[in-house]
Design a protein around this ligand. Structure first.
Ligand SMILES: *Cc1c(COP(=O)(O)O)cnc(C)c1O
Length: 399
C-alpha cells in the first residue's frame, strides 16, 4: 500500500500513488509487464513462491506488477485498505457478488441500476438461487420505510448506485448504510458516476466500493476496466474468486488507466463546472421540459447530494419537448457532441436511453420510470463551455 500518500490531497495521490521509479532502469513511468508467467532462477525459488509466498509474481492471472500499481493508486484515491482490478466494471461487480452471495442469500438492490448490473442480478443471480428484492430510489427520500420493508427480517447484501443512470437520482448513502447494517447486510456501492473525487462511500460506512474504470477514471474512452475497493481481508477473498473466475485486467489496460487517472481531479472538476452551466442553460430553454441534475436547486435530490458529494458530477439528462422523433432531430443536428454509448470521457457525448439502455421497455413503461422517449443523457466533457452551449443551442433550434 502506498501509505506515504495517505495524508496528501486527491490530485497528488492520483499522480503519485502506486508509482515507483524502476530500480534497474530508472524508468519514471510504471513499465508494462506484458508477460503471462514469471520465471524462477532456482527450484528453491519456485518452491518458496508456492509454499512460502512473500508476494512473488508467479502468473499474471494471480498478479502482475503493472496491474498492482493501478490497484495501489485506486486504493489510495478511494481511501481504502486495498483494491483489486478486473477486466471490466461488470467483471468487478460479478466477482464481488459471487464472493459475497450464495444460493439462498438475499440481495436488496435499488432500482435504476446500470443495465448490466440489474441484468446480471436477474439473469444469473436469481436462477443461481439468490433472492433479489428491488427498492425505488425516490421512496428513500422519506423516512426509509420502503427500504426497511425490503430489508425485512434480514438481508445479506444491499446494493446501491449513486447518482443513478440515466435520471441522476441520489441515494441517501448514510441512511442506506444505517438501515442495511441494522438488517445485517453488507453494503456494496457502485460509485462510477461520482468517482473517488466527488464522493467517499467508505467514509459513510459502505463496505465495498466498485468503479467501472472504463468511465471517468480511465477518462479517455480507450480502455475497459473495473476495480473493487474495501478492507484488505475482503479484497483478499474477492481476489481468490477473481483468480477462479478469470476476469483479470491485462497489463496494457492497467498502464493506460494509470496514465488516465493522473488527471482525474482536474478532468472531473472541469466536467462538473461545465455540467452545472449546461443544466442551468437547459432549464431556461422553452424546448426543454425537464432537466435531471442534482446540482440544480430545483432538483429533488439537491439536498442529499449536497450533503454527501463535493460537487454534482458531469452527468445530466434532459427531456426535449416532443416525442422520440423530436429527440432524434436535436441529436442529429449536433456537430460537436457525438452519440456514444458510454460516459466519463474528456469529450461531451450523449445517448438516447429510449433507443439504447432502455429499448426493451415499452414507451409507457419508460415514461413511468422517468425515462421518457424525449430524454437525452449527456456526459459532459472538458471542452470550453461556450462551444458546448453553442452546439446545444443549434440542436434545440432544430425543434
Ligand atoms: C459502465 C458502467 C458499469 C459497467 O462497466 P464496464 O466497464 O462497461 O463493464 C457499471 N456501472 C456503471 C454505473 C457504469 O456506468
Amino acid at each position: 500500500m502506498s501509505d506515504e500518500h495517505r495524508s496528501r490531497g486527491p490530485s497528488t495521490r492520483a499522480v503519485h500513488a502506486g508509482e515507483k521509479t524502476d530500480p534497474t532502469t530508472g524508468a519514471v513511468s510504471v513499465p508494462i509487464y506484458q508477460t503471462a508467467p514469471f520465471g524462477f532462477a532456482t527450484a528453491q525459488a519456485l518452491e518458496d513462491a508456492f509454499l512460502r509466498p512473500k508476494g512473488e509474481y508467479i502468473y499474471s492471472r494471480m498478479g502482475n506488477p503493472t496491474v498492482r500499481a493501478l490497484e495501489e493508486k485506486v486504493a489510495s484515491l478511494e481511501g481504502s485498505e486495498n483494491a483489486l482490478a478486473a477486466a471490466s466494471g461488470m467483471a468487478a461487480i460479478s466477482t464481488v457478488m459471487f464472493t459475497l452471495l450464495r444460493p439462498g442469500s438475499k440481495l436488496v438492490a435499488f432500482r435504476d441500476l446500470y443495465g448490466g448490473s440489474s441484468g446480471f442480478f436477474t439473469r444469473i443471480l436469481e436462477p443461481w438461487g439468490v433472492e433479489v428484492v428491488w427498492v425505488d430510489v425516490g421512496s428513500e427520500q422519506g423516512d426509509g420505510a420502503v427500504l426497511k420493508e425490503a430489508l425485512g427480517s434480514g438481508a445479506d447484501l444491499l446494493y446501491l448506485e449513486s447518482p443513478t443512470n440515466p435520471t441522476l437520482k441520489v441515494v441517501d448513502i448514510a441512511r442506506a448504510v444505517e438501515l442495511g447494517h441494522a438488517a445485517g447486510a453488507k453494503i456494496v456501492a457502485d460509485s462510477t458516476f461520482a468517482t473517488p473525487i466527488l464522493q467517499r462511500p467508505l467514509d459513510m460506512g459502505v463496505d465495498v466500493v466498485i468503479h467501472s474504470l472504463t468511465k471517468y477514471l480511465g477518462g479517455h474512452g480507450d480502455t475497459t476496466g473495473g476495480v473493487v475497493t474495501g478492507p484488505a481481508e475482503l479484497i483478499a477473498e474477492v481476489r481468490t474468486r477473481l483468480i477462479d473466475l478469470g476476469g483479470i485486467m491485462d497489463p496494457m489496460a492497467a498502464f493506460l488507466l494509470l496514465r488516465g487517472i493522473k488527471t482525474l481531479k482536474v478532468r472531473v472538476e472541469r466536467s462538473c463546472e461545465n455540467a452545472l452551466e449546461i443544466a442551468r442553460f437547459l432549464e431556461t430553454r422553452p424546448e426543454v421540459r425537464l432537466v435531471n441534475y442534482p446540482g440544480l436547486e430545483s432538483n429533488p435530490y439537491h439536498e442529499v447530494a449536497t450533503g454527501q458529494m463535493s460537487a454534482y458530477g458531469g452527468m445530466l439528462s434532459f427531456e426535449v419537448d416532443g416525442d422520440l422523433s423530436a429527440a432524434h432531430r436535436v441529436v442529429d443536428t449536433l456537430d460537436l457532441i457525438r452519440i456514444v454509448p458510454s460516459l466519463g470521457s474528456v469529450e461531451t457525448t450523449l445517448l438516447l436511453p429510449a433507443v439504447s439502455s432502455h429499448y426493451k421497455f415499452s414507451s409507457s413503461e419508460r415514461e413511468a420510470m422517468g425515462v421518457p422517449d424525449g430524454l437525452i443523457r449527456l456526459s459532459v466533457g472538458i471542452e470550453e463551455i461556450e462551444d458546448i452551449l453553442a452546439d446545444l443551442e443549434t440542436g434545440l433550434a432544430a425543434l
